[in-house]
Design a protein around this ligand. Sequence first.
Ligand code: GDD
Length: 317
Amino acid sequence: MRRVLVTGVTGFAGSHLVDYLLTRGDCEIYGIQRWRSRTENIEHLRDHITLLECDLRDASSTRDTLERVRPDLVFHLAAQSFVPTSWSAPSESLTTNVLGQLNIFEAVRRIGSRCRIQLACSSEEYGMVYPDEVPILETNPLRPLSPYAVSKVAQDMLGYQYWMSWKVDNVRTRGFNHEGPRRGPVFVASDFAKQIADIEKGRKPPVVHVGNLEALRDFTDVRDMVRAYWLALEKCEPGEVYNICSGRAWKIKDVLDHLLGLSRVKIEVKQDPARLRPSDVPVLIGDHGKFTNATGWEPTIPFEQTLADMLEYWRAR
Ligand code: GDD
C-alpha cells in the first residue's frame, strides 16, 4: 500500500483523483481541507479517505500534516485556480499558490521525507502565445498574462529549484484546460452548462451570458487528467516538466454552440462586459509528446462526451 496525500482534495480535480486512486486499490489516501472548505465533491468518498485539517499557508500546520501522514506520494492540487479572481485578489492568489507550495517543500526537506510530489502547474504559464508558436512544447517561452499565471510560473520554477538545490523529488505537470462533472460553476464550460440547465428548469430567462468567445483552448476530460497525474509520479523523471493536453483546440464559441445544441430550449446569447478579462490568453494548443513518450498516456474521452456529462451533471442538481 502506498501512502498518498492529496492537497485540494475537496476540489474538482482532487475529488476525481481520489475516485481514480480508489479504483486502483493500492493506496491509503489522505486529504487535507481548510476548516471552511466546501465538501460536496467528496461526500461519496468520506468512508474511504482520511481527512485532515490543514492550512497550507501556515508553515507549522503544513509541517505537522506531513509529519503525521509521512506520505510516499503527494499530489499538490490545492490552489486559487480561477484566473479572473487573480486580478481582483492578486495577493491572495499569489500567497495561496506560491506560499502553499513553498511550505510543502520546506516541510518535506526539513523532516527528511523522501516522497515524490506532483505539482499542478498550468498551460496558463505560456500566456501570450503567437499563432506560429503552436503546438506548444515545454520549451516554449513563458509569458504569463495574469497574476494567476505568474503564481503558476513561480510554482513551476520552485519545483525545478528545489530539485536542483535540495533533491526534493517533484514532477511538474503543465495541465491544459480540463473539464468534467463537479467542475466549479465559474469556469467556462461549466458556467455555460449550468446556465443552460437553469434556463431549462425555468429558473432564469432564456439568455446565456458569455465573455470572450474567440479564445482557443485545448480541453482534456478531468478523468484522463488525473490518470496522467498518477502516471507522472509512476514514470516521469524528477525535476522535469510535462505538458498534459489533448493536442486539439476548441474555440470557446464552438464549446458554447455545442452545449446549445444539446439544450432542450431556444436560448439567446449575450456578451457581458464584466466577463471580459484585462488580458486573455488567445490560444492554447499543446503537444503532449514528451509525456506520452515517458508514460504511454493518451487522452481517451472525447470532449463532446465531457460536455454532455457536464450538462447532465447540472441538470441533475
Ligand atoms: N469563465 C468564463 N466564463 N470564461 C469565459 C466566458 C465565461 O462566461 N466566456 C468566455 N470565456 C473564455 C475565457 O475568456 C477564456 O478564454 C476561456 O473561456 C476559458 O476560461 P476558463 O474556463 O475560466 O479557464 P482558463 O483558461 O482561464 O483557466 C483554466 O485553465 C487553466 C489551464 O490552462 C483554469 O482551470 C486554470 O486553473 C487552469 O490553470
